[in-house]
Ligand binder design. Structure first.
Ligand SMILES: Cc1cc2nc3c(=O)[nH]c(=O)nc-3n(C[C@H](O)[C@H](O)[C@H](O)COP(=O)(O)OP(=O)(O)OC[C@H]3O[C@@H](n4cnc5c(N)ncnc54)[C@H](O)[C@@H]3O)c2cc1C
Length: 347
């Protein structure tokens, strides 16, 4: 190979690309600002085709015994639950384990992983550099994401979605007999609370007191508390001279979309142009142009549809309509799922 590739950001998108390029013999240096393992704000379930991508990357096998979900249970406040079969099922896997395993695989394949290395944004404009550094914070954003793991699981099967006032929260089992509790909340005055009390407080303020009590009964793993603010959702548009992947390209709203699967898919899409660049068959401008065409065609529509549906999850009228339609059996769940979730890896 003539040219190495540099990846900025070692989340799912950057690590997946690093693994794929190393498997093809490309020299890769990956800069990650943080270290492994670490907890992240994430619903931690792979819906859509995410599992197929993880298998291709060699980090998930049938024998792993990871929790699998075939049903989704929706509830508004303490109202009645409505359950729906998930069109493709979902796999529960924590980011703590996934990112660690992907990083280890990348290094085993000979990748040069530089943890604790934060590159400036201008580095993303250099030839041979792929930007996978996640979402760019927006100080005007009204959204906060909070997550924590319970110390044990009382309800290991099914993806629970709890709708609250200006909030929705996912509860689902991950490995190690734990529940991941992760929500998106409209920013509010929660009073002065310690980091570990933020999630229970946010649940109460959103009218999800019963869930807050249940979580308190199960106990929370303090090391797993994570929070993000400044969340800007939606398609960011493609910079003409750069390759952006995963959340750096588009933040598909959680639950109406599958951000981790999209991040994995974006990495698989740019693999061929980057291998051609590394082999000297494409110059950087052609590699960027080819990659961005693929990313736009495969991902932009899906992000827009998810962004269009997302407000329904957060306003009381939309939540009621969704639950009513689901109860009455007239919610086109399979079609909506197909329109907002990805496709299987092509190779
Ligand atoms: C509340 C919430 C719930 C979600 N639930 C789900 C879910 O259930 N299922 C799902 O599929 N998706 C979910 N998502 C989305 C999913 O978490 C993201 O889409 C996914 O993490 C994107 O991966 P990424 O690799 O693009 O970015 P990230 O995972 O954010 O990784 C980016 C990495 O880049 C590093 N970095 C940043 N800046 C620099 C720099 N300058 N130099 C070097 N390194 C840098 C960061 O440390 C980080 O490790 C959820 C998101 C939120 C907010």
């Amino acid at each position: 190979m003539k040219r190495p590739v540099t990846i900025v950001g070692g989340g799912v998108a950057g690590l997946a690309l690093g693994v794929r390029l190393r498997e093809r013999g490309v020299g890769v240096v990956l800069h990650e600002a943080g270290s492994y393992p670490r907890h992240r704000v994430c619903g931690e379930f792979f819906a859509g085709q995410g599992e197929a991508y993880l298998r291709r990357l060699g980090v998930v096998a049938e024998t792993d015994g990871l929790p699998r979900h075939s049903v989704s249970h929706w509830q508004r406040g303490s109202g009645k639950t409505v359950s729906m079969k998930l069109p493709q099922g979902a796999l529960g896997l924590s980011r703590h384990r996934l990112d660690r395993d992907l990083a280890a695989r990348f290094e085993r394949l000979g990748g040069d992983l530089r943890a604790g290395s934060r590159l400036p944004e201008k580095a993303g404009g250099r030839p041979g550099v792929v930007w996978a550094a996640g979402r760019a914070p927006d100080p005007r954003s009204r959204w906060v994401g909070l997550k924590a793991h319970t110390l044990r699981a009382d309800h290991p099967e099914g993806l629970e979605v709890h709708f609250g006032e200006g909030a929705y929260v996912g509860v689902s089992a991950v490995e190690g007999d734990r529940l991941n509790v992760c929500g998106l909340f409209r920013k509010r005055e929660w009073g002065r609370v310690k980091k570990e009390a933020a999630l229970p407080r946010a649940l109460e303020v959103a009218g999800l007191g019963a869930l807050a009590e249940r979580v308190a009964r199960l106990g929370l793993d303090e090391a797993s508390f994570s929070a993000v603010s400044g969340l800007r959702l939606g398609w960011r548009g493609l910079p003409a001279d750069r390759i952006h992947l995963g959340d750096a390209l588009a933040v598909i709203p959680p639950f109406t979309g599958d951000g981790m699967s999209l991040a994995l898919e974006s990495a698989f899409l740019v693999e061929e142009p980057l291998v051609a660049y590394a082999e000297g068959k494409l110059d950087w401008a052609a590699c960027v142009g080819g990659s961005n065409r693929l990313l736009r065609v495969r991902l932009a529509g899906r992000c827009r549809r998810a962004a269009w549906l997302h407000p329904l999850l957060l306003n009381p009228f939309g939540q009621r309509m969704l639950l009513l339609a689901a109860r009455g059996g007239c919610l086109p769940f399979r079609s909506l799922h197909r329109l907002t979730h990805g496709t299987a890896p092509a190779h």
